[in-house]
Design a protein around this ligand. Structure first.
Ligand code: BES
Ligand code: ZN
Length: 456
């Protein structure tokens, strides 16, 4: 066993207590009442990097600070940038948690807490991997940089702005970007994710009459904003799962036979995938398999609808207002800006008179796809994964979005290597989010082996 491997095997408890410490900070980026927790969490990382001897600082944005850290530059050697996010999704609904979201609790070899897998636990594997290498060698033969943002779950605007600035381009310049914010195809199955979907998120507000009206006095004589909203949302997608907005599919690339076959050959437990979420079967675009539907086809989803009376019992009104939050997941060649204008035009074309409306774009990001054949970092990562998990990695695409990665790729000209330690049942964004401690420790070891390999 080499020195860093030994270090990793004897420090399991210390690594876990570090993880629990950061999981206790309720860094919810969407919720203004957690503003100071965001800075506390960012500072926790800065302190950690500094203790390791890295140069580290907070970079201010209009919302939540970015944490940046680096080891000394080594001329002529590759630079690896490791990205993660310290912000988490809101933990609500709280009553569904078996243990409080910000009190990390171990059950069955998993740690339960908001952010356990998404993304504090996953990111920390790389920090701890570097610690294990730095504490067992004299110096690192190449440079490692870290960027940990606090706005991933709300669209990454601050980091995007920094990335496009001169200072940002200089600081973030690198040859490879390593990210663990995705999943493993199955427990214990190492996985390299070579594509992610993009996203555009909207909120649509409708106003009809200037106050809620008696539905007896006025019903039948004015249009009802709740009905109009449901009709418009209903027109966005048909029974075959096809989005009905003109030009929506214009830039969608057809799936190659090769990729279709490769997806079909993965050992996918489809029945188990659905039964774990209480369903007997799925639904999606006709003509595509479940994995094609969730990885490489664009989609429309309503995330929340509000209109009229929500209290107990009935109330006979025509609501004055209605609103909905909805998202489109995009595939790599689709342009978020064109989608925004197509959606706006479509809504205008189906909106009846007498309703005023406002469409707010919450955030948008393009999808990404790594050119596997031409990336020189895939092989050392595959070797590190195989050695750690005793299995060759599988190559998949996934349906979630990490807004900054497409721009990392285009602005920095570096390959984005997505290697996740999460599992489908980790309940990210849901109550009782968890992270397997086996995955946590395996992730640290695999990351350290990868970093060690690069130094050779
Ligand atoms: N870790 C996820 C991204 C992810 C999820 C990748 C599942 C692969 C599979 C990330 O933290 C996330 O949730 N992103 C948001 C981004 C959005 C709010 C802009 C998402 O995908 O909804
Ligand atoms: Zn997330």
């Amino acid at each position: 066993m080499s020195n860093f491997e030994e270090f990793i095997s004897v420090n399991r408890t210390a690594f876990e207590s570090g993880l629990f410490e950061v999981l206790r900070i309720p860094s919810v980026s969407a919720d203004e009442s957690h503003l100071s927790d965001m800075t506390i969490c960012a500072q926790w990382f800065v302190d950690g990097f500094r203790r390791l001897g890295l140069e580290s600082d907070l970079i201010k944005t209009r919302r939540h600070p970015i944490v940046y850290a680096e080891t000394p530059a080594v001329a002529g050697k590759p630079i690896v940038l490791i990205y993660g996010h310290y912000d988490v999704q809101p933990p609500e609904p709280l009553d569904l948690w078996l243990s409080p979201p910000f009190e990390p609790t171990i059950r069955n070899g998993n740690v339960y807490a908001r952010g356990a897998t998404d993304d504090k636990g996953q990111f920390l594997t790389h920090f701890l991997a570097l610690e294990s290498i730095l504490k067992t060698t004299d110096s690192l033969p190449y440079q490692v940089k870290f960027v940990v943002e606090g706005e991933e779950e709300v669209g990454s605007e601050g980091l995007d702005e920094f990335l496009h600035s001169d200072a940002g381009k200089r600081k973030l310049a690198c040859d490879c970007i390593l990210v663990s914010d995705t999943g493993m195809f199955a427990a214990g199955q190492p996985t390299i994710t070579y594509g992610l979907r993009g996203i555009v998120a909207f909120e649509l507000f409708l106003t009809g009459p200037n106050r809620d009206l008696h539905s007896g006095t006025f019903g039948g004589s004015v249009s009802n904003p709740a009905i109009i909203l449901s009709k418009i949302l209903g027109k966005m997608i048909d029974e075959n799962g096809r989005i009905q907005i003109p030009h929506f599919y214009d830039d969608v690339l057809t799936l190659t036979e090769n990729e279709r076959n490769q997806f079909a050959s993965l050992p996918f437990d489809e029945a188990g995938f659905f039964s774990a979420i209480g369903l007997r079967n799925g639904f999606g675009e006709v003509g595509f398999s479940t994995n094609e539907r969730r990885w490489v086809r664009p989609t429309f989803d309503i995330n929340g609808i509000t209109a009229g009376y929500q209290g107990e019992g009935s109330k006979t009104i025509i609501p004055s207002k209605s609103s909905a939050k909805f998202t489109f997941r995009l595939v790599p060649a689709q342009n978020p800006e064109s989608i925004v204008s197509n959606v706006r035009e479509f809504i205008g074309s189906v909106m009846p008179e007498g309703i005023t409306w406002e469409l707010v774009v919450q955030h948008g990001a393009a999808g990404m796809r790594l050119d596997l054949e031409n990336s020189r970092f895939v092989l050392p990562m595959s070797n590190a994964l195989e050695k750690t998990f005793n299995r060759k990695p599988v190559f998949i695409r996934e349906g979630g979005s990490i807004p900054i990665v497409a721009n990392f790729n285009s602005v920095l000209g570096a390959d984005v290597l997505l290697v996740g330690w999460g599992q489908d049942d980790d309940a990210l964004h849901s109550p009782n989010e968890k992270f397997s401690l086996t995955s946590f420790h395996a992730g640290i070891l695999a990351s350290a082996r990868f970093l060690n390999e690069l130094g050779k």
